[in-house]
Write a protein that binds this ligand. Sequence first.
Ligand SMILES: [Zn+2]
Ligand SMILES: [Zn+2]
Length: 199
Amino acid sequence: MNILTIPISSISVDGYEYEECTPVESIQPPDTQAVAVDTVSVSGRFTKFRDTYTFRGIVNGTYHGTCCQCLASAAVPFSVQVRWIFEETSGSVLREISRTEEESEYLSPEQVEEYFSKSAQERVINLAPYVWEEVVFAEPYTFVCSEECKGICGHCGANLNKHQCGCEEKKASQQRIDNPGLAALAKFYPQLAPDKDKE
Ligand SMILES: [Zn+2]
Ligand SMILES: [Zn+2]
């Protein structure tokens, strides 16, 4: 039984504040591909209405990958608002109302039964499958280390976030030389010459 399992006895009519953090491996279903996330945190509130339990909260985590522009490691956090409604269907485990049909499409009844852990002695809500699903959906298409990432110099391969290799400037001054019209014009306006020539 994983840490994201909540005995419904702890959810009173006044509701129940819930906050938990767990390694992603602990909620990963068997035969699924691992995700590049270390831990996932869930926080929010359970409320109870008759035989129905609602969880409203946030699922947080961070994906780790390689920046597609500079190839450094990139951390991309995610934060997903969730609202899950559970009702008791059979036995000791509660199922989420809206997902039950969907799940049975790609899991055999035995797998569903096993995954939702029929060994529970107490009536529980197991958030793990829903949290796992949010983690999988939150995977970014591309990783960027930061919005300001300058990438890699196409000429010398330097990481431009770490240092300026100077290739762009060399190219720019080369272009001035290659352009006789502009160079000739520059002679008439020496005060407009780039600052670095004065150094
Ligand atoms: Zn980058
Ligand atoms: Zn360069």
